[in-house]
Structures are given as C-alpha cells and as structure tokens.
Design a binder for this molecule. Sequence first.
Ligand code: GH3
Ligand code: MG
Ligand code: MG
Length: 349
Amino acid sequence: MGNRTVSASTESPTAYGGVSDVPILLHARDEDEQVRSHPCILLVENSPTTLRLLSKPLSQRYTLLSANDGIDAWNLLQTHPEIELVITDILMPHLSGHELLVKIRASDDAQIRNLPVIVIAGAEDKDARDLAFHNGANDFVTKPIDSTELQARVRVHHKLARTIHQLELSRRQLTEQATTDPLTRLKNRRAFFQEGRQSLALSERSRTHLSVMLLDIDHFKRINDTYGHQAGDRVLTTIAELLGEMGRTVDTVARVGGEEFAIILPDTSREGAAVLAERIRAAVEQSAFDTGTEPVSITVSIGVATFGTDAADSMDTLLKVADRRLYISKKEGRNRICTRDQGDSTTWP
Ligand code: GH3
Ligand code: MG
Ligand code: MG
C-alpha cells in the first residue's frame, strides 16, 4: 500500500511528548486523482490526544506533517513547500496559533502567505475565534473534533486553494504568452509599449533621460531568399541573444517587428545610448551567423531617440523619432547608427 516516508517536527520523531504510538506522518491510498497525489497538511498541535483525533480521519487522504508548536510549524513551512493546508490549535507553548497565523499572513513568500489555515477553537471561546478570524483564519473546527466535519472543511479549503492556485498559474501563463515573442522569447511589441510607458513615467518623475534604440537587420530578405526562412529565424534568435547579453539587466529588449528590435534604456542619455548602439552595431558586424549551411555576416542599422533631449514625450513619439533616424541610417548606406536628425548620421564615433 505504498506507505511513504515518515516525517515530523523539526526536532525528532518523538517531538510531541515522546508518544511513540502517535503516527508522525500518515497516508493511505485512494483512487481519486486528487487524493492519489496525497496533498500535504501540516497539523500544529501540542496535545498527543488531539493530534491523534486529527490524524485519524485525515490519514486516508493526505500526507500529514505535525508540529509541536508555532515555532516548530514555522520552521516546517520554510522547509516543506509541499504543504498545502495548515490546521493549528491556538494554545501552544513558545508560539501560539494566533501568532503563527499572523506570521503566515505576513510572510514574504506568497505561497506561505496564501495557505489555507483552519484553526481549532473551543465552541465557547468566541474571543479566540474572533481574533483568529481577524488574523486571517479561513475556517474553524471545534473541540471535541468531529471527524466528518473536519474532513469536509479540509476538503473544501484544500480544493478552493488548489483552484485559486491553478487560476493564478493560468493567468501568469496567459500574461507571459501575451507579452512574449514566441520565436526569440524576447518581449513583444505590446510588452515593449507597456514597459516603455512605465519607464517613461519614472523618468518624468525623476527627471532623468531615457533612450529608445530601434534596430533593423540590413538586407534581411536576402538571408531568407538565399538560405531559407528557417535560417532567417535562426539569425533572428541569435541577434536576440546578442542583444540580451549586451544590455544591462534594467534594459528592456523587445522584438517589435519581423526583423526589427527595440531597446528601452532607462537613465541613459543620447551619448550613452550612442555608445551602446555602436557596440551592438560592431558586435553584429563581427559575428558569424549560423545558417545551417555556411556562416554568414550580417549588419544592422540603428536609430536612437532620447527623452529629455529630443522633442518627444511619449513612447509612440520616441519610437517615431528613432524610426526616422533608423531610416536615415538606411539611406546613408546601412551598417550605421543615427542619434540625431538633419542627416547627421555617423558610424560612431
Ligand atoms: P533593409 O536593409 O532595407 O531593412 O532590407 P530588408 O531586406 O531587411 O527589409 P525588408 O523590409 O525588405 O524585408 C524584411 C524581411 O524580413 C522580409 C520578411 O520576409 C522577413 N521577415 C519578417 N519576419 C520574419 C520572421 O519571423 N522570420 C524570417 N525568417 N523572416 C522574417
Ligand atoms: Mg524592417
Ligand atoms: Mg531590414
């Protein structure tokens, strides 16, 4: 029947008063899929008798960990991320159930902070219930423990917590999909504007420069025509990696068009952006790109616009100015950068 590891409080298997017949970790098999995964529950209870009463009805469906008091429980929560629900008594030595609850709800770790917590409270003890509720308890079970009620409450809260967790996961995946370019894994155009607006607002507030670099691969159509679309894709991915490596961690690199990339450079002046643009231009020029058959050389043209220097106060206008300068770079022969208008396009310096 596949009994698994026995685990317990952070101290020792006899941590709750040396009661040798108390099951430290119990579980049993079940056919239900959710049950088969034996979700882990932490029982925080210093009375061996109550612990037995809690363990028995739950041991068929759940993996149970137990702790003597709040401190013990807190330590287990740090080391056992598989814990999905906590059942805690209130009166315990060292750290009470109330204090444990407060610690859980204030945790920096969202997984711990959002754990469902069921508090064991005396039926008559309204003040303790009120306080536990105030501190963020999800539910209560009363002493003497009714096993059916306990099972029902655990089941409901566990299921709810899993559903919320799964929704959050899907939400994150959807956000990731909506903001990521599937080929290069860089941010897409939409994410570029989202982040750009935030960075720009920050620059406005702190009165710092912000530069936007727009980069377009020269004669990229030829790569596709000569080596095929797949080779073209490989070049795009390599360029994306190169750009990611060359920027700072605060810089946002995005693929904003077929063979067009943009980088947001917070706190960067026109001169600073020009230095980075030239480094990128030179690095691309000196790289050999794998096409699957033979290595190929490519070049890029770059346009730069700077908030605080150019007459542009939105992401849209900054990108337009950068695009205008990119066009100048193209017109003047490609493989160059342009950071100002009036045809002042140069290969830096
Ligand atoms: P220029 O120097 O003027 O920029 O010339 P270019 O050939 O790079 O520019 P053009 O706009 O004529 O062609 C861009 C090419 O980029 C055409 C298109 O097939 C290719 N392209 C766009 N997106 C992708 C993609 O996802 N994968 C591949 N392999 N090619 C793409
Ligand atoms: Mg283009
Ligand atoms: Mg191009």
